[in-house]
Design a protein around this ligand. Structure first.
Ligand SMILES: [Zn+2]
Length: 98
């Protein structure tokens, strides 16, 4: 039996985390395959990332902002985000005052 090593991770939602952790030492070709699998996962209804189904922030505002981060997009409502930034922004702003 010589199956490609990636086949066994294809089943089960729990395999997703494993797939992410082995991603780093996959060959380029396998990375492409894994990306396709993860994309299919994300777009499949009901099985994607849970946050996808959340349409409002904990305070009930609709999410209308997407932050791009290294770890992936994060959704924010602009109301809470602005409030947070007004409160904490000075720690991150570096002489960039307009
Ligand atoms: Zn909010």
């Amino acid at each position: 039996m010589s199956q490609p090593s990636y086949v066994w991770v294809l089943s089960g939602i729990a395999a997703r985390g494993l797939m992410m952790s082995i991603y780093g030492w996959m060959s380029q070709a396998k990375r492409v395959q894994i990306r396709k699998i993860l994309d299919a996962w994300r777009t499949r209804p009901g099985t994607g990332i849970r946050n996808r189904e959340k349409m409002a922030c904990p305070r009930g505002h609709p999410y209308d902002t997407v932050l791009r981060r290294k770890s992936g997009p994060a959704r924010r409502c602009s109301i809470c985000y602005r409030a947070w930034w007004a409160e904490n922004g000075h720690r991150y702003r570096r002489s960039a005052a307009p």
